[in-house]
Design a protein around this ligand. Structure first.
Ligand code: PLP
Length: 405
């Protein structure tokens, strides 16, 4: 397809294959929801109706779950890394203390004698590391975060602001994940990765359970009788897409929406895996300006769900990013202005492409009755990059949004 867009229909898609896999059951979604919704300063993020854009696009409704304000960290990733950090500390402390401490007890510092001798580590393009660093600080545990060589300075500083030691690798994202896992193994550190591989699934499973706080909110905000017809969700390693897919399927069953996974052209490992019918790493180092999606290896756990659970895989080019950021910042059809980030707009970009291409529109089954859900997974997690790409400051857009209300 032209201009860096591609669409792949998943022939393996089957509702049966979406049934819960180990570590992602309804009871575990509920446990994550109960826990995270009790954290200090918890507030659901807004589900914004882009009704003007929906009308102009001749679809019934368009919803954008805006994660820019999540726990003050700027992205949905705040949910997963911090939750998994708490769960991992719980299980390690239980081995020595003889009982499982609650998250509230971990937060209170009651188990500091244990946690100060432990070390939480992770590798990240930015958002996951921020979440893990925040969680480690909340639970009084030292933390080291590995970032790839091209991680933006602002994202590195944001991680360090939570007290984590940041190690800048000389490699790209996938190699940085390997280096971090190797060092964790050598030193007995506690690895909190958001991607998984054979033999390492429990922690990434907790990360994914944390993400379903967001899908729980969406279900509540939409109301139980109103599942969307289509969900466009962006993929890095696939953890987010798989968590949302499994969660929606477990609740909505036969009414679950069509599921479209969207990736950047330069980092489309899920797309490549879908075409090959098995997990397939990119030959070359991945590269995209959508930093959160810059990933060349699928998560093994996520793949188990998406292999059957995703109906379509799409690729979008980086060139669409500035236009989509500006479309949300300066909505032409009377919707509220929104500050988004480079990785937040992938679903929107794919939808807009489908809407202006009649073949793609009809393959996806988009029509005047369609109710579409997008996940705006981050705000301006790098404010300088936001200004560079849009020509405006996020503060200006927020002021316009406040005036709009
Ligand atoms: C803002 C944002 N959106 C989407 C994703 C993709 O999530 P996953 O890697 O779980 O597929 C990421 C990953 O870091 C992200 O930071």
């Amino acid at each position: 397809m032209a201009d860096g867009y591609n669409l792949h229909s998943n022939r393996q898609a089957s509702r049966r294959g979406r049934l819960p896999v180990s570590g992602l059951s309804p009871a575990e979604f509920e446990a994550a929801r109960e826990e995270i919704s009790s954290w200090p300063n918890y507030r659901p993020t807004p589900l914004v109706s882009l009704s003007g854009l929906a009308r102009a696009s001749e679809i019934a409704s368009l919803w954008y779950k805006d994660e820019g304000t999540r726990f003050g960290l700027g992205s949905f990733k705040a949910l997963g890394g911090a939750y998994a950090t708490g769960r991992l500390l719980q299980s390690k402390i239980a081995e020595n203390a003889g009982r499982v401490p609650s998250f509230a007890e971990l937060r209170s510092g009651m188990f500091r004698d244990f946690t100060r001798n432990m070390k939480i580590v992770t590798a990240t393009d930015g958002n996951h590391g921020r979440s893990v660093a925040w969680g480690a600080r909340m639970f009084h545990c030292p933390c080291v975060v590995y970032v790839p060589r091209l991680c933006s300075r602002n994202r590195e500083l944001a991680i360090a602001s939570y007290g984590a030691v940041v190690v800048r690798s000389t490699s790209g994202y996938d190699e940085t994940v390997n280096e971090c896992a190797h060092d964790a193994n050598e030193n007995g550190w506690l690895l909190v990765s958001d991607t998984s591989w054979d033999g390492y699934e429990q922690v990434p499973g907790w990360v994914m359970q944390g993400y379903t706080m967001m899908s729980s909110e969406v279900m509540e905000q939409l109301g139980p009788d109103a599942p969307p017809t289509h969900v466009f969700v962006q993929g890095g390693c696939g953890g987010l897409a798989a968590a949302v897919c499994a969660h929606f399927e477990s609740v909505w069953r036969a009414r679950a929406p069509r599921f479209i996974v969207v990736e950047p052209l330069g980092a489309a490992c899920l797309y490549a895996s879908a075409v090959a019918g098995e997990p397939t790493a990119l030959h070359e180092e991945s590269h995209t300006i959508m930093a959160g999606l810059d990933c060349g290896h699928v998560s093994a756990l996520a793949w188990k769900i998406l292999f059957h659970g995703a109906d379509f895989f799409m690729m979008i080019p980086d060139s669409t990013v500035p236009d989509c950021l500006r479309l949300l910042a300066f909505p032409p059809f009377g919707d509220a202005p929104i500050v988004s980030g480079e990785s937040a707009i992938a679903g929107l970009a794919a939808l807009l492409y489908a809407l202006r291409n009649s073949k793609v529109r009809s393959r996806l089954g988009l029509c005047s009755k369609s109710k579409v859900l997008l996940f705006g997974t981050e705000g301006d997690t790098d404010p300088d990059r936001y200004r560079e790409l849009t020509g405006v400051s996020a503060a200006d857009i927020r002021a316009r949004a406040a005036a709009f209300e």
